[in-house]
Design a protein around this ligand. Sequence first.
Ligand SMILES: Cc1ncc(COP(=O)(O)O)c(C=O)c1O
Length: 384
Amino acid sequence: MAMTQPGARPMNPRFSSGPCAKPPTFTLNDLSDAALGRSHRAAVGKDKLKAAIEETRTLLGVPADYKIGIVPASDTGAMEMAMWSLLGARPCTMVAWESFGAGWVTDVVKQLKLDAEVKTADYGEIVDMAALDYDTDVVFTWNGTTSGVRVANGDVIPATRAGLTICDATSAAFAMDLPWDKLDVTTFSWQKVLGGEAAHGMLILSPRAVERLESYTPAWPLPKIFRLTKGGKLIDGIFSGATINTPSMLAVEDYLNCLKWARSVGGLQGLIARADANAQAIWDFCANRDWIDNLAVDAATRSNTSVCLKFTDPRITDGAAFAKAVAKRLEAEGVALDVGAYRDAPAGLRIWCGGTVETADIEAMLPWLDWAFDAEITALAEAA
Ligand SMILES: Cc1ncc(COP(=O)(O)O)c(C=O)c1O
């Protein structure tokens, strides 16, 4: 007989890995000061865009000589703009251990048709970052959102290197310490760790990345939406709030509100502590059960945002069907929404643990995972 349902439910069952849960205090009233119906080029709009850039710098500790721009098309836009604008000047190494990194490999090998050195690892594993040649341009993802595997730290990236490091940090920024001196291009989107709205991407450039932009012209054409230079000079306006095209001022206001909330919980270190506590609750849960485990093989690479789990019970014959059924049960009970593994990833669950998620909600959800697992195992036994 299946176990009875837990008594308590999470206050907020949103554990999606993007768009992620909004800050716990969020209400639509928080956006009442949005510069709606106003030009983004008017002082009111430009000031907000500039504030979004400078508050990002302060919160993330981005060095004063790095450029921060708000660009179109979310994290994908920021990453593709960087790759299309910077790659081709020197040999390049593409690094991937899950779906999004693999997408950047496809971009570079199949679309840009560059003869890149491609280094990959299976879901759960990571590429040996110490073995890469940093005199080539290296493109990688800090936190693999679909496998829950992250770079442990940037120690192995040499401080002095001839190539650029181009890092997709969309599910890492605001949850992990990023070593700015080791990163020449960093991208993320508002919809991830801070629970902002999907629309715009953030593009952070080191002085060396700017130098490359100003000294190198790619062999391929660049659409206006990707152009960061004019007449061989960086378009500085992009990095002070004069966006390439029209942004959503509602999304900008929402991002400003997310940043304000982030400051209220102790800034970056507060956000990291929140994500760590959330992930730890799940790791402890797994450590006490023999039927579920982290997909990340090496504990040092376990993500504290996109926690990916696999079922390990030998009674499970069809892993994908089982994981789907568990996720469906959790969703039907309204206790965990959007926790199925990513479509290309191994079967399992993915539970977002970024700072906008409350640890109390993770803790209230986990007994339901026991319950859903038990219910599905019981159903399997009854069908046999
Ligand atoms: C690592 C990574 N890269 C890129 C993306 C794509 O982001 P966006 O849809 O914001 O462009 C995602 C989205 O989940 C991601 O997790």
